[in-house]
Design a protein around this ligand. Structure first.
Ligand SMILES: Cc1cc2nc3c(=O)[nH]c(=O)nc-3n(C[C@H](O)[C@H](O)[C@H](O)COP(=O)(O)OP(=O)(O)OC[C@H]3O[C@@H](n4cnc5c(N)ncnc54)[C@H](O)[C@@H]3O)c2cc1C
Length: 389
């Protein structure tokens, strides 16, 4: 088999890269290779589906705004039946006195890049969010529009199905090795021994991106980080709390409504990162680290029950928690779209579009993502994102 472009990974990033390549007029052949066509354990299906503009890096804001534009024009893009249950309830990121300056600086960057966010002092927070205890808070940043959450699986499926309808070949298989010839990626071999000759390879392997890069002899610091999401029943929640934004407390805990229930989580400090990348939920993490702080910030959460929980693996870039997008400087037909570190659902469409531009034109046309290139990985020069949730 031979394809001009082989995209490895059929999650939101790979599917949207395939879709935008076709949409932008790429006439060559494209294969989308996915080892698990249930998509059940990929990052995308396990994500919380959030979209925000509350980042500190302009590129991240622009990528998310690209995703927002897709949501705003979903039916034009994918047809009248397209629906991803977008709930535009906003994000609310809280800061203590210590975090005030950073929140203000981030807010300025966001406004300069088109976000519709507002800073609220404790009185403003109490007025707008009566369910919130404002003790210890100096400021909050609230997204008035363009932020919220959606069904991630539906968005991914829309891109994948539309890509396949435009002629992209979906191949079930696990890439096991990459063969290089004369400084180029020449072919991939699947676990069943099948060889696929390729013009270029796009690494859209999510949490498996580091392993895939290693097959081409490339050291990419992207790998899985285990995260827990808990589903809560809160019988005493007010109507206002059921309309709450995704709220990020100063303790790092986040929560948001999910239908008639709520979901919440907390990313661990580096020293507390789980070692095993399995799918076991740690309920002790909720009891010991989350529940008390959650109830202190929102008293209605004193009477809650964990009714469900799931594990997902972040596609974590250990260097700086920002995406790596673009070609490898030497192996130039091997392109990365990796390391989104917990914000790749909303950025998948923008990243896919960017990959399509690079393959078609050799340069970015919509968003300049040069700073997200592999060069900073090679030189170990981090470009830190401050708002990683
Ligand atoms: C708990 C959790 C919450 C999150 N919340 C949010 C959020 O609120 N907002 C947000 O924007 N992002 C969120 N994210 C992050 C987001 O889900 C990811 O950044 C995004 O889905 C990455 O998309 P992807 O297509 O790169 O990865 P994936 O969806 O994981 O797709 C990669 C695919 O590659 C396949 N693959 C890998 N290696 C190979 C191989 N060798 N051969 C064949 N196939 C291979 C995998 O099977 C997988 O299906 C969250 C993630 C988690 C885990």
């Amino acid at each position: 088999m031979k394809y001009d472009v082989v995209i490895v990974g059929g999650g939101i990033v790979g599917s949207s890269a395939a879709y935008f390549l076709k949409k932008q007029g790429f006439t060559g052949s494209i294969a989308l290779i996915e080892r698990d066509t249930s998509y059940a354990k990929g990052c995308t299906a396990r994500s919380c589906g959030g979209i925000r503009q509350q980042f500190s890096t302009p590129e991240n804001i622009k990528l998310s705004r690209f995703g927002l534009n897709i949501l705003r024009h979903l039916k034009e893009e994918f047809g009248p039946e397209a629906d991803v249950s977008f709930r535009e309830y906003g994000y609310l990121i809280l800061a203590s006195e210590n975090g005030r300056t950073i929140l203000e600086e981030n807010h300025s960057v966001q406004i300069a890049n088109g976000a519709d966010n507002v800073l609220l002092d404790p009185e403003g927070l109490a007025r707008q969010f009566p369910w919130l205890v404002t003790d210890g808070l100096a400021l909050g940043c609230f997204g008035k529009s363009g932020e919220g959450w959606l069904d991630p699986y539906s968005l991914m499926s829309l891109f994948r199905k539309a890509a396949v309808a435009k002629g992209v070949a979906l191949i079930q298989g696990e890439v096991a090795s990459v063969r290089k010839v004369a400084g180029k990626a020449a072919s991939l071999t699947l676990a069943d021994g099948q060889e696929i000759i390729c013009g270029s390879i796009v690494n859209a392997g999510g949490a498996g991106a580091g392993a895939l890069a290693r097959m081409a002899g490339i050291d990419l610091p992207v790998g899985p980080r285990k995260r827990y999401v808990y589903v809560l029943d809160c019988p005493g929640a007010s109507e206002a709390l059921h309309k709450a934004p995704l709220t990020v407390d100063i303790s790092g805990i986040y929560f948001r409504p999910e239908g008639q229930q709520f979901i919440c989580g907390l990313s661990p400090e580096e020293a507390d990162e789980p070692r095993e990348m399995d799918w076991e939920v740690d309920y002790g993490w909720f009891e010991e680290r989350i529940w008390e702080r959650l109830a202190a910030r929102v008293p209605a959460f004193e009477a809650i029950k964990v009714v469900n929980a799931w594990v997902g693996h972040y596609d974590y870039n250990a260097l700086d928690q920002n995406a790596v997008i673009g070609p490898h400087p030497e192996l130039s037909n091997f392109l990365f779209a990796n390391g989104f570190s917990g914000h790749g659902l909303q950025q998948g469409p923008g990243a896919g579009n960017a990959i399509a531009e690079l393959i078609l034109h050799g340069s970015y046309r919509t968003i300049d993502l040069a700073r997200f290139g592999f060069e900073r990985i090679a030189s170990k020069t981090p470009l830190f994102e401050r708002n990683v949730i």
